[in-house]
Design a protein. Sequence first.
Length: 468
Amino acid sequence: MDDVPVDIHVARGLIVDIAPAGALPVAGESIDAQGAWVVPGLWDSHVHTLQWALMSERVRLHETTSAAEAAARMASAEPLADGRRVGTGFRDALWPDAPSLEVLDAVTGAAPTYLINADVHSVWLNSAALRREGFTSPDGMLREDDAFEISKRVNAVEPSHGDRAVTAAGAAAAARGVTGIVDFDMAWNAEAWARRVEAGFSSQRVEFAVYPAELERAIAAGLRPGDALDGGSGLVHVGPLKVITDGSLGTRTAACTHPYPGDDADHGVLNVSPPELVELLTRATGAGLSAAVHAIGDRAVSSALDAVTATGATGTIEHAQLVRHADIARIARLGLAASIQPQHALDDRDLVDGFWANQTAVGYPMASLLRAGVELRLGSDAPVAPLDPWQAIAAAVHRTDDGRDAWHAEERLTLDEAFAASVRSAVRPGDRADLVVCGADPSAAAESTLRRMPVLATLLGGRVTHTA
């Protein structure tokens, strides 16, 4: 980040030249960004795109402080076109009262009502919704695979509806400097993205994942990592196989070595057994696919690393929120990247201090992974946290967002390290012209300014996707 003013000449999607201001001839379209700073285009390496896009249509429950308050908010919610009332973003692990059918039924009656946990690993349904979906639950709570199935059903809007929502979300992401995402929607994403590209989606570069239920379909279709989707845009490419091996901290299902408080038998859950994971990774690796393995608890991380060792799989550990000391080095030795979400550390710090107080592994490691030689990739896990790389960068650098001291300051990244984990290009001749024009100097910005960085313009391959 140099203090000397420069002009950046872009042509054919690439940075052609960088020279002192006024030294380059001006031809064609130009952006006057005097006094601004330019950084490479930002990536979010973990997004559930459609679910994030549809969140604007749902009741926001992020600030609710009790089950009673969340239920009351849903009582007055406007039903969606399909008759469902859907809320999202609650964190019952922080509530003084527990979700129950009685509390929700009392205020929602016969209207099918769905409350999706912020971590998406559990949902709270009233009796009408349980009947509609064909599930039973004594308290209205469904967790893990059952919760994922509910999310898939409420996300199954008309394709044109979902595509419009994704296009709007892409524009909003471009306004925050986002030029690329890794999409982990639980769907056959090849079909969805082919349709969106044909309809004109062009805000970001996209890598889309395949889930185990669709693995054989992907292999039969000949999908390989990096393959461009048809359509000629060159923006959408095949990504990894995504496998969710354990639960989450907020739902108290992340698979851990030591038990959760209050129940010596509760170590969380492994959604995919070690033999099943080896089988999946063997099949994917043999077909040339990389893997993105969701592993939050330390037991799940170890299971994932064992499977990678046995199969030679490549790819990423997604989340890595609790990692044994020995496994930090093992991730590096296996050549895996760690796809992490720094904002989760801040949102979960109080939960960690409660639910994981007895764990001996490292909680939300970032610096420890990097120092061991692990490549980091930052993301949001949107809709779990907002799709905003500036928020992720600020969280990684400062490890606080509420005035409290930095949480485990020893795990902070430097600004340069956080940027390196958020980009896939550089501001130099010959690189792709994926650029963000910032209204403040990131290297001198306070935490609040960095988190809310003004974005004056975003360019994708030299094409303007956002201008303030």
